[in-house]
Design a protein around this ligand. Structure first.
Ligand SMILES: Cc1cc2nc3c(=O)[nH]c(=O)nc-3n(C[C@H](O)[C@H](O)[C@H](O)COP(=O)(O)OP(=O)(O)OC[C@H]3O[C@@H](n4cnc5c(N)ncnc54)[C@H](O)[C@@H]3O)c2cc1C
Length: 597
């Protein structure tokens, strides 16, 4: 980055600051974008209008795919996330109750903790799901970014931008001096959250509705160990008929730090203005949800927010790209917010890096839209559907038949009777609670993202059908567009590595086996021709990485001498079922097409 007067002297751009990529926002989307770009050696600047990173815990469920992104940033980054996170073992009992001290109505093992689900999680990824509040995730991403070269600028507010054929000129407000200044960049990334000004100014096309329900967040400290430690969980759902206006009275007590820091979430009528939340109201609501009127509480913050149901149909306009909540705005259900934001960045960062390094044509950037717009739609739809899927629980408890609290309570109590009807009700409650796995254990939603775009090339085979429910179960495949399957490989020194660890880190990778020498030669030739790094790993007996268990042989869906070409974001770009006589020619054709050269 060079100063204004130096450039003016050289007759260059008259913007106050120049950088290659300007990122607006230091949330999960912006922080990860900056960290990835710096890791790939791309000059970038990230700005945030506030002087702080996340000051409330907000997003917390951190899924395996996101942990794979952090692992790709470095094992130290991954390790630090685990250090601060509540481990998976304490996440699993999604409890439905009348209050924490009151009656438990049912529970659901969640987030990969039930035995079958735990096995599927262990088989799918080298990483573990965990609970990492945004107050820990943001500093980790920001620190990683800045320590690798990102220019971080706080108290700096995005105001507007203008783009031309060569770049984008963005006007920002320095909130410390009150003065506006300009930043010239080749690309602008709007990672400025659910009220994105960048998306608005870029004219992105949206579908859906903002503000479909109102929520109140009450952050508090209180020792709740005696109510929860025997059934550790992230979420406790409290149903108190009649305790809010005409409503079912469902509130959530969310663990922030076990078991003394919490967030209580309560609703408000979206047709009314957001309420003024007093400390007395906060304490009363919390004590009711906990079911302990004597509870010592330290209310640390209160805020209101709205449930949104909106996604962008266009994610970019020219040199301006948006990521994160800027393009998908939805409730916290399924814990997809921060996860999807970080995964957006993982998709886009390597493409921008390769275009800036002139290793790819600008056409590569169009694949961001093709690949991530369907994900934005999918997760917004899923998160909102998950809210609706509480309906059967309310229905089974008899809470939808009346708005009279006494009748509602009687309907709920009817389940303890020794009658045919009560037995049916008990079954219905159990089934409705179990069905919530589509929100709290939707491993497939988190892991099965398959891309279809010009940055993926088919191999003439059809996409494999999902053998089980695609929302619930991760199904690994090497079909082009899917994330490369994870299995463990071993070396002779006793070390193990995930197949994912062999890929990523900003470069293309070829995974092959015995008989794949042609691919090795092809990678060297094409890598040199295009000025890109194509790492090659031959997996098999007496190779560096060995498949002692045969897991790779079963997972890879190609023959020993075949090849998987894996993109920097660990998605399979292309595959060849077997060794071919013209490997260099084939790889040249495919790589040039994928990189839009
Ligand atoms: C109150 C609340 C509670 C939530 N709870 C959960 C939850 O429990 N689970 C979950 O998964 N998700 C939750 N979310 C959603 C989750 O926090 C988001 O999905 C996630 O933060 C999105 O990341 P992002 O980087 O896209 O946007 P954000 O995290 O919103 O970050 C936006 C960034 O842009 C900056 N910015 C905005 N405008 C400007 C501007 N004009 N100039 C400069 N900087 C700007 C902001 O300061 C911030 O740094 C919650 C959100 C809110 C608001």
């Amino acid at each position: 980055m060079r100063s204004h007067w130096l450039r003016a002297k050289a007759g260059e751009s008259m913007a106050d600051i120049e950088t290659d990529v300007l990122i607006i926002g230091t949330g999960p989307a912006g922080g990860s974008m900056a960290a990835l770009l710096s890791s790939y050696g791309v000059e970038n600047m990230v700005v945030n209008r506030y002087r702080w990173l996340a000051n409330t815990p907000r997003a917390h469920i951190t899924n395996q795919r996101t942990m794979e992104v952090l692992r790709d940033l470095g094992h130290d980054v991954e390790a630090e996330a685990y250090l601060h996170a509540t481990p998976n073992t304490l996440m699993g009992n999604n409890v439905f109750c009348t209050s924490l001290a009151g009656e438990e109505l049912g529970r659901l093992p969640t987030w990969g903790t039930a035995p079958h689900s735990a096995a599927e999680h262990a088989l799918s990824s080298p990483t573990h799901m965990n609970d990492l509040p945004q107050t820990f995730m943001e500093p980790l991403l920001y620190k990683t970014a800045c320590s690798r070269g990102t220019q971080g600028r706080m108290s700096t507010e995005y105001v507007s931008h203008e783009q031309d054929a060569e770049g984008v000129t963005t006007t920002c407000l320095d909130r410390l001096t009150g003065k506006e200044f300009t930043i010239r960049s080749k690309y602008l990334i709007g990672a400025d959250g659910g009220n994105s000004k960048v998306a608005e100014h870029a004219g992105l096309d949206f579908e859906g509705q903002m503000g479909v329900a109102g929520s109140i967040n009450l952050l508090f400290k209180a020792d709740l160990s005696k109510y929860v430690a025997h059934r550790p969980s992230v979420l406790y759902w409290v149903l108190q008929p009649g305790s809010n206006v005409g409503g079912i009275g469902m509130g959530v007590v969310r663990m922030i730090r076990p078991w003394h820091e919490w967030l209580a979430i309560w609703g408000y009528d979206i047709n009314e203005p957001a309420p003024e939340v007093t400390e007395d109201f906060a304490k009363e609501t919390i004590r009711n949800l906990v079911g302990d009127q004597e509870l010592e509480i330290d209310v640390t913050s209160v805020s209101t927010w709205t449930v949104n149901n909106m996604y962008a149909k266009s994610l970019a306009n020219g040199r301006v790209f948006c990521a994160g909540d800027a393009i998908h705005r939805h409730p916290p259900s399924n814990g997809l917010g921060s996860n999807t934001s970080i995964q957006d960045a993982f998709n886009l960062a390597w493409k921008i890096a390769m275009v800036l390094k002139e290793q790819a044509g600008e056409g590569l950037l169009a694949s961001y839209q093709a690949e991530r717009a369907p994900i934005a739609k999918q997760i917004v739809t899923r998160a909102n559907q998950s809210i609706d899927e509480f309906g059967p629980i309310f229905g089974a408890l008899g809470l939808l038949d009346s708005i009279d609290p006494v009748t509602m309570q009687a309907n709920m109590d009817a389940r303890i009777d020794n009658t045919e009807d009560a037995e049916k009700q008990r079954q219905a409650i159990a089934e409705a609670i179990a069905f919530k796995k589509y929100e709290f254990d939707a491993h497939g939603v988190e892991m099965n993202q398959r891309y279809v775009s010009d940055a993926v090339m088919g191999d003439g085979t059809g996409a494999p059908e999902f053998e089980k429910d695609a929302e619930l179960h991760c199904q690994q495949t090497s079909f082009p567009g899917a994330r490369v399957p994870h299995v463990w490989l071993y070396d002779m020194a006793g070390n193990k590595t995930s197949t994912l660890d062999l890929c990523g880190q900003g470069r293309f990778t070829i995974l092959t086996g015995i008989g794949g020498d042609g691919w090795e030669e092809a990678a060297a030739t094409i890598g040199e021709e295009l000025g890109i790094e194509i790492a090659v790993h031959k997996i098999g007996p007496r190779q560096h990485w060995q498949d002692f268990s045969g897991d790779w042989m079963r997972a890879r869906e190609i023959r020993d001498g075949g090849c998987l070409l894996v993109r920097p974001d660990q998605h399979v770009a292309w595959r060849s079922q077997a060794a071919v006589s013209d490997a260099t020619e084939q790889l040249r054709k495919v790589t040039r097409a994928i990189l839009a050269l």
